[in-house]
Structure formats: structure tokens, C-alpha cells
Design a protein around this ligand. Sequence first.
Ligand code: GLV
Ligand code: MN
Ligand code: MN
Length: 445
Amino acid sequence: MRACTAMSSRNVKGDDMSTSVEVRDRPSTAIGSLRVDGKRLWRSLMELAEIGATAKGGVRRLALTDLDRQGRDRVVGWLRDAGASIEIDGAGNVFAMRAGSNALAPPVLTGSHVDTQPSGGKFDGNYGVLAGLEVLRTLNDAGVVTEHPVAVAIWTNEEGSRFVPVMGGSGAFAGVFPLEHLLKQRDVDGVSFGEALTAIGYAGTVRTGGRELDAYFEAHIEQGPILEREDMVIGVVTGALGQRWYDCIWSGQDAHAGPTPMEARHDALLGAAKMVEAVNGVAHRHAPDGRATVGFMQVKPNSRNVIPGSVTMSIDMRHPDDDHLVTMDREIRAAASAIAVELRLECEVRQVDQFPASRFNLECVDAVRGAAKALAYPYREIVSGAGHDAIYLARVAPAAMIFVPCKDGISHNEIEDARPEHLEAGANVLLHAMLARAGVSRTAR
Ligand code: GLV
Ligand code: MN
Ligand code: MN
């Protein structure tokens, strides 16, 4: 894939109020004019954001913590109140099912995640889950019976902050890695994914994956600046950047900060510091599409007057073209070797996660575009710079995503913000894209 977020270019102002939803029994214009309740969606977002709320207006709700449990419990309660039946699989993924008229038809699924970054916002992931809830509530209010079941998923540990792999629950669901691999991953305190999942009561008994789906749609804030900058309301997401994640482990020697001469040191943190700059340089060499970040570092022994003998740091690299990722991989390894020789250190660069650049299903992308057009929202095509559960769902079902703008393009930050009318618009697009796939058998009105 060559296009990236900054290069995607199609700008269209929607102007067609027709709808592609098929009304099977009773032709009705009511379906085309069906709209979500934006105020109710906003209220739910704000109520969920109370759990793990931070002083600066953000949310800290790390995967599989007790706060995650509380957040899940609240959303599952709302989904039950909306009449959905709840299933939980072995990865802790939650599925809320709203039956359709055809019991044999595979569900049209939406969803996202409710875990957050350590200093995360109110909308990343939470919006996609609650937009799905709002779709169910809207269908209920209008008495719509779909042909296919319509379902909402809460995927476990999407953020990859507490546990690697990122998009862990959806990856296990899609068979990207075995469930057992996921369950044995450990956080920085040595707690395993499986232990944490059991502790919060979300180790379900339903088989992980192997579930036939008609389609998967995910609504999300863009987490970048393009839609806002161009005054677009909807991003029709065509694909996502490839990613590679690494642990980079520097080994030197602990020594006293005073008596040890500068030329006698084996300073692992100095190696890591030089590596941070090298990683940044790699991304700049692959501009404008390359991204590379060091966001995590563990320094040992982490004492003011000890030269650090050991450092573990993360590297996150992204690019829309997999060939570039291969080159970037070579470049960071070469940089690590050169720094290790220069500073008389050892360095291991260990890839811990990866997925290639992906493209979403053309029919599902068309369903999103068709809904945005029918609803007369200004939209453009866009490629996701962020990872999303939809990327793994796309391996087992036709999938696509809907983006809405976020303030100043800021995300993974407590100040993350989005406008209620944009969130409402994205949920309306989700509703109509899902209905286009699910078909409508009956409406009460
Ligand atoms: C998910 O939040 C990502 O890292 O893109
Ligand atoms: Mn997210
Ligand atoms: Mn995120």
C-alpha cells in the first residue's frame, strides 16, 4: 500500500440523500431517515469516562485492571438493558448479540475497546463500543428487525500498553496468534494476561474465534489532524499502516557514579539515549510516511548515583509500505550495533509484534462511503496511522472503519477531545453501513 494518511486525497462533499438499505417486507422511507440519538451517545461516553477519570479530564483504565472491569461491567449492563445477549470468549472479548429475523445469517458486528492508555482520553476505543451500543438502542427505539443479527464487541487489550501484543483480543479472535500465546504474556510487574483476565472475572468460556461474521465495522476518532484540517466530518478508512514493535535491551555494567572514570564506563542508558535519536532519524529518512517512536524505557537499577547497567526500551515503527518497514528494520539494527560497539555495550533488538500494511474490504468501504454520502456528511478517504481491532478482524471478515475528527488531532493524551456532532455523525454512518449489510425485515413504524 503506498498511500498514507498525509497523502490520501479524495475530498467529496456528500449531497445525495438516498439510502442503500433494503427494506424487505414493507418498503419504508423511515429506515433512510433513521438517526441515532447524539445526546444519548454523548451521555454514555461521559458516564463511561467517569471510570478511571484523571485530574486533567482524561481516563486511565489499563487493560484487565479493576477499572477495566468496572468499565466493562457498565457497558455490558447497558448492552443487556438494550436487550442484547452477552457472550464472553477465552480472551475476554465480549459479544453483545441482537437477534435478527434469520437465525442462520451471520452477524454484522461492530465494536472497539474500552481499555485506555495510562494517560488516555475519553474517546479512543470507547467511542466505537458506545457507537455500537447507540446503534442497538436506535434500532430498538424504531422497532427495526434486521435480517442478520447485529452485534457489538468489546475487544480486550487493544492498546498494547499493559500487555503486548497490541490488539490482543481481536488478534486471538482472528487466529493471528494462539489464545495460549496471549494468556501467557506478562506485564511489567510479572502478572500474566491470563491471571489478570481471571482476576477481573472476564475469562469467558465461549470459543475464541471461529465465529462466522457477515461484516465488521468500527467507528473511531481519527487520532490525527487531517479531517479537522480539511473540515471533513467522516473519514472513509481504506486501510492502515503496517507496524513493527521491538524490545531493545541494552546491557552494560552497574557502577558507582563518582569514582568510575568516564572512559571506564559501560553505560546502558547512554546507549539507549543514542538509540532514541537513531530511531527518530530512521523515521525522518523515510519521511513523510515513516513513523518511529520510543515510548517506554526501564532503567536498572534506576538510582541517581549508579551508572545504569541495563535498559529495556520499546521501539514502535510504522509505514504504509512493507518494503520500507523491512529497510527501517535493517537501519535500526545497524544503528544499535554501531552504538553498542562505540560504548562497549551489548544490545539485543527483539521484534515482539508486527503486522503488515492492510487494506479494508472494498464492499464494506463502499458501505461506509455510501452511508456518508446518503447522510450528506462531508467525507474523504483516509488511511489509519493507528492500529485498530478492525485490522485483525479484516483477516476473518469483510471489514472497514469510520473515522471522525478529534480536536487538534491529539490522541493518547488526557486532553483528547471530539465534537458531539461529529461523534453523532460517525454513529449515523455506522448505523446505515451496518443496516446496508444486515438488511431490514420489519419496522414497527
Ligand atoms: C493503538 O492505539 C496504536 O498503537 O495505534
Ligand atoms: Mn483505539
Ligand atoms: Mn489507542
